[in-house]
Design a protein around this ligand. Structure first.
Ligand code: SAH
Ligand code: SF4
Ligand code: F3S
Length: 457
């Protein structure tokens, strides 16, 4: 039996790609090893979005040096965006690698492993493959309760700071038929929540989609998916604020299956920084969009991404970001210190902000947001939320799940609730989770779950 370990870094795209790779490896008889020293194949699916993340992967790969020396037949490989960026150069940093495969080449790995010589020269795969990517392998085991499904890959936006368009290529949308088939397969295997993935899902444009000005093909896709009665929750990520069609805003108010959560990256609240970033919206447009969304769906939970310390960012620009956070009142944010990335336009910009100053700005952003998140969560105390139960909670006897707004809710309850929609009354709120009390007696939950599915059909 051949054994492997796979470690994933980075965004949901990499998580989804790793899942596909695991399915294909299983088809060829590979099983997961408990520990690296029991594995015949060690693989890192790595990210390159910020320099620190990239460095961490390289130092962790180096730790396998003695293992490879002791077992020359061991195959150590690296994939994902960092592999695409480094290509053959990776071998200068980690000489004992046998395989370097960019994100568009991952599905070639399982077949390649059958003929790869672990003692021979490394194989480097980058760019687009010669063959179209095969559809995800129909794995035989149960699907995760919540599964990712990619609808489009790549990015055409070239934001000044971002390396993704260079590593994942131009936007390519999957055909709706292929997406529906994948979703049907997941639902048949027990999945109840689908998160559609793409760097910019709003620009989803499969071949033969209607000309600009007609209904958005993405809205169309969401409506088709929401028609499956087995699908309880539908989410998507990421949306670029510059192209958010009015029909999509409206859908948050009208399509029940579409869960009330949305990730809408702001990046900065300053018009001059947004311009320098090449984001193609300004502060007023962004905040106007937030207002429209909250009007269409008052319960909508918003999250965002913020970068501090972009080259040339002034104290005033930072104040604009802080005031935008106060105005938009996001449920949660991901905030980052600007990091120079190869090939990007921002790399060549003057007035770089020193590291300690970036750290100070990040603290200000995070301190403000912690307060806002806590206020929003505390306002939920006493309310009853519908929770999709995803597994055991942190404490003994607890189960845990996600609200429609994507907040973690822990509550005392039986493990038989796994995979069900439970109702919990919130009794305590923290910044990162909520504590609830089961509102529905356990015995009635099967019926409740059935009703919920029925109501959506
Ligand atoms: N496609 C998505 C997200 C891509 S990367 C989008 O358009 O929003 C995820 C987040 O990483 C970005 O939203 C941005 O906030 C952050 N990021 C990207 N490049 C960065 C860099 N060079 N330095 C710091 N943060 C960065
Ligand atoms: Fe990067 Fe901008 Fe594309 Fe997002 S939209 S992946 S931030 S270039
Ligand atoms: Fe990282 Fe690539 Fe995602 S750079 S954030 S894994 S698209």
């Amino acid at each position: 039996m051949r054994r492997y370990t796979l470690t994933t870094f980075g965004c949901q795209m990499n998580v989804y790609d790793s899942g596909r790779l695991e399915g294909l490896l299983a088809e060829r008889g590979w099983v997961k090893a408990q520990k690296a020293d029991e594995a015949d194949f060690i693989f890192f699916n790595a990210c390159s979005i910020r320099e620190k993340a990239a460095q961490r992967v390289i130092s962790r790969l180096k730790e396998f040096k003695s293992l490879k020396k002791a077992r020359p037949n061991l195959i150590v490989g690296v994939g994902g965006c960092l592999a695409e960026q480094e290509g053959a150069n990776f071998l200068k940093k980690v000489p004992f690698l046998s395989l370097v495969a960019g994100p568009r080449r991952l599905t070639e790995i399982p077949a390649l492993l059958d003929r790869l010589d672990p003692k021979g020269p490394a194989i480097i795969l980058a760019g687009d493959g010669a063959e179209p990517r095969p559809p995800a392998a129909p794995a035989s085991q149960a699907a995760p309760l919540s599964s990712f499904v990619t609808v489009m890959e790549g990015c055409d936006n070239f934001c000044a700071y971002c390396v993704v368009p260079y590593l994942r290529g131009r936007e390519k949308s999957r055909e709706p038929g292929e997406i529906l088939a994948e979703v049907e397969g997941l639902l048949a295997r027990g999945c109840r929540e689908i998160v559609l993935l793409g760097q910019n899902v709003n620009s989803y444009a499969p071949k033969g989609s209607p000309a600009a000005g007609k209904a958005s093909p993405f809205v169309d896709l969401l409506k088709r998916l929401a028609a499956y009665p087995e699908l309880w929750r539908l989410r998507f990520t990421t949306s670029h604020p510059k192209d958010f069609p009015p029909e999509l805003i409206e859908l948050f108010g009208s399509l029940k299956t579409l869960a009330p959560s949305l990730h809408l990256p702001l990046q900065s609240g300053s018009d001059s920084v947004l311009k320098a970033m090449g984001r193609r919206y300004d502060r007023a447009q962004y905040l106007g969009l937030v207002k429209k969304l909250k009007k269409a769906a008052p319960l909508l939970a918003l999250s965002t991404d913020v970068i501090v310390g972009f080259p040339g960012e002034t104290e005033e620009d930072l104040a604009d970001t802080l005031s935008a956070l106060a105005e938009a009142r996001f449920d949660s944010i991901y905030s980052f210190k600007y990091s120079d990335r190869p090939q990007t336009r921002a790399l060549g910009l003057p007035n770089k902000i020193p590291e300690p100053e970036k750290a100070r700005r990040l603290d200000l952003v995070q301190d403000l947001q912690r307060k806002i998140t806590l206020e929003i969560n505390q306002a939920l105390v006493g309310q009853e939320l519908e929770v999709l139960v995803t597994g055991p909670g942190r404490n003994l006897g607890q189960m845990s799940g996600r609200s429609g707004t994507n907040k973690i809710v822990n509550f005392i309850g039986p493990s038989s609730l796994y995979g069900q929609l439970a109702r919990a009354t919130i009794v305590e709120a923290y910044a990162a989770s909520l504590l609830g009390r089961l509102a529905t007696p356990a015995g009635e939950l099967w019926a409740a779950a059935g009703d919920a599915a029925g109501a959506r059909s």
